[in-house]
Write a protein that binds this ligand. Structure first.
Ligand SMILES: Cc1cc2nc3c(=O)[nH]c(=O)nc-3n(C[C@H](O)[C@H](O)[C@H](O)COP(=O)(O)O)c2cc1C
Length: 242
């Protein structure tokens, strides 16, 4: 009986050999992914539908507070006006168009995939508002970016994302989907996804372990070993004779 108990204790300690490992395994946001998107004419929504079929993720749609606006009317006058206001004062919250309140807590997620339209070569103003407002909660997350445009290249949108989210880890290069390859989005996404370094439960645990101090040692009965403990202890998943 005693032998069985010792074996079970040793097995448990091998997989959870420090407090930080245990924290990592019980931290519910590890590896969880949120897709955040805005879509005015529906293309980004279609991209999100294709994406959601390939990754396990929750979704958050950002909506402008003011409904029924025509951003493209009068040669895109309103869209231009919103972007110019941001450009003139990017650090001022008042420069960004209002959005509906968001109830999703970013604390519940480790990976964020942003899906946004391009407007005048920049990130659509509505998505810029969300990123500006949530930049502190985004800090430390792993973030990926998908941009939908008619034909324009996305380098300025990538620059906007980096300005708005200075303290995140970028999962990899952004994916550009445009009018000529939009119908091919499922295969574009499936090729792109493996290039992104998302946090998984395994990578998160590994990073917690390597960032921590030297692993604590435990006795075979599972209690924390004293500094002068003699005999067999378990440290970093290995049995050590002291
Ligand atoms: C205000 C505004 C400005 C736009 N500017 C550009 C542009 O400069 N270059 C481009 O290729 N597409 C531009 N587009 C087109 C969108 O980027 C494209 O249609 C995108 O797929 C829209 O995504 P959505 O349908 O999810 O809103 C613009 C669209 C709007 C509404």
């Amino acid at each position: 009986m005693r032998q069985i108990l010792l074996i079970v204790a040793a097995m448990l300690l091998t997989c959870c050999s420090s407090e930080s490992d245990m924290n990592a395994q019980t931290n519910t946001n590890i590896g969880k992914t949120l897709i955040v998107y805005y879509s005015y004419t529906g293309n980004c929504r279609e991209i999100v539908n294709s994406l959601a079929a390939q990754v396990t993720a929750d979704q958050l749609e950002i909506q402008p507070a003011e409904k029924g606006l025509k951003y493209e009317a009068n040669n895109y006058a309103l869209g231009t006006q919103l972007l110019n206001a941001i450009k003139a004062n990017p650090d001022d919250a008042a420069s960004y168009p209002a959005i509906d309140p968001v109830s999703v807590s970013l604390a519940d997620y480790q990976n964020i995939i942003i899906v946004t339209p391009l407007w005048w070569s920049q990130m659509a103003a509505i998505m810029q508002t969300y990123l500006f407002q949530s930049r502190d909660q985004m800090a430390g997350k792993t973030v990926a970016l998908i941009v939908s445009s008619y034909s324009s290249g996305i380098s300025q949108v990538v620059a906007d994302a980096k300005r708005l989210l200075p303290n995140v880890t970028w999962a990899g290069d952004a994916l550009w989907i445009n009018n000529s390859n939009h119908s091919n989005r499922t295969s574009l996404i499936s090729t792109w996804l493996p290039t992104q370094n998302f946090q998984t439960a395994t990578t998160a645990i590994r990073s917690v372990r390597t960032e921590g101090q030297p692993q604590r040692a435990y006795t075979l009965s599972g209690t924390l070993a004293r500094a002068d403990q003699k005999g067999i202890v378990i440290q970093d998943g290995k049995k050590i004779i002291r």
